[in-house]
Design a protein around this ligand. Structure first.
Ligand SMILES: Nc1ncnc2c1ncn2[C@@H]1O[C@H](COP(=O)(O)OP(=O)(O)OP(=O)(O)O)[C@@H](O)[C@H]1O
Ligand SMILES: [Mg+2]
Length: 224
């Protein structure tokens, strides 16, 4: 089998007030189809930095990064790799349905989008919100819509950055239940950055970030 992502010595530094801040120390990793990975670590440890690199949205400062089965970096988002941003990312002027349809439009699949959008919304119990504008939604509802937008194009990899940060515990679990049900028969891999130990505990693999240092490991009791 070929990995979806292979990274060797991947690192990212930022300039802050003339000084280099190492957000990600050189790290090597592989992501394989069907994997369920939790990325945990304290605020500022580098989780979002890593996700943005893996999505091809940001350039590494060092190292090699490739998507062997997915193709060139320009072709990744949003068709093959779906990125759920940590910050609100719905477009204000578009309805919920139009927001969810965006990945299909960007992939040139807009013609038959209505049924697929309805299916993605139904997956997360959002059909009642279809015509609403984002500013009329709660923060948690916006996160659920962002997740519907992530699955609509049937990507090969979902990178979700704190996707349940605005949801209460029960709603967060319901979101993950729905996502796991949806992905059950697919080879789509899932990487979730989360501060929530209950969400992390449901993933098979735990990666830990500390001050930009990534440790990749299998699931171990009490490792969250
Ligand atoms: N665009 C940027 N310019 C300069 N420094 C940045 C930039 N983005 C992130 N950083 C720095 O990189 C480090 C890692 O930030 P990152 O957002 O990846 O952390 P995080 O683990 O996602 O945190 P949180 O859990 O709060 O979301 C921090 O020190 C942050 O200040
Ligand atoms: Mg973050």
């Amino acid at each position: 089998m070929t990995p979806l992502i292979e990274a060797d010595g991947l690192g990212r530094s930022y300039q802050q007030a003339g000084e280099a801040v190492v957000a990600l120390s050189p790290a090597s990793l592989r992501i394989w189809p069907s994997q369920r990975i939790a990325l945990v670590g304290r605020s500022g440890s580098g989780k979002s930095t890593l996700l943005h690199l893996l999505a091809g949205l940001d350039q590494p400062s060092c190292g090699k990064l490739a998507w062997p089965t997915l193709g060139p970096v320009e072709s990744l988002l949003p068709e093959k790799v779906a990125l759920v941003f940590q910050a609100p990312s719905l477009l204000d002027s578009l309805s919920v349905a139009e927001n969810v349809a965006l990945p299909l439009l960007m992939a040139g699949q807009g013609r038959d989008s209505a049924a697929r959008v309805a299916f993605a919304l139904k997956t997360f119990g959002l059909l009642a919100l279809v015509d609403k504008l984002p500013q009329t939604l709660s923060g948690g509802q916006m996160q659920c819509v962002a997740m519907a937008r992530a699955i609509v194009g049937q990507p090969k990899l979902i990178l979700a950055d704190e996707p349940t940060g605005q949801l209460d515990q029960l709603s967060a679990q319901a979101l993950l239940d729905a996502l796991f049900r949806h992905l059950a028969d697919s080879e789509c891999a899932l990487l979730i950055a989360t501060h929530d130990p209950v969400i992390a505990a449901r993933m098979d693999i735990h990666w830990h970030m500390e001050h930009g240092l990534l440790s990749c490991g299998e699931r171990t009791a009490g490792s969250v």
